[in-house]
Design a protein around this ligand. Structure first.
Ligand code: SF4
Ligand code: SF4
Length: 68
């Protein structure tokens, strides 16, 4: 459990490719049915200091709460 470590998506940069949703094995994301873009639904499942989804995001849309 990582209270201060979870992804934050910049929806201006996000294209909705869903690479991050497919990539994360921890169920942090779900697809928002309204926008077709990822939504962080289980931030507590995010692994502290993991930057996996950030690395695979083609548009650099993912940062982390602790970075902000
Ligand atoms: S940082 Fe790692 S654990 Fe957290 S959402 Fe991204 S891929 Fe999943
Ligand atoms: S990988 Fe990046 S651009 Fe693709 S859906 Fe996730 S946040 Fe958006």
């Amino acid at each position: 459990m990582a209270k201060n470590w979870y992804p934050i998506i910049d929806y201006e940069k996000c294209t909705g490719c869903l690479t991050c949703v497919s990539f994360c094995p921890h169920g942090v994301y779900e697809v928002d049915p309204d926008t077709g873009k990822p939504k962080v639904v289980n931030p507590e499942n995010c692994v502290e200091f993991c930057r996996g989804c950030q690395k695979v995001c083609p548009t650099g849309a993912i940062s982390y709460f602790e970075d902000s």
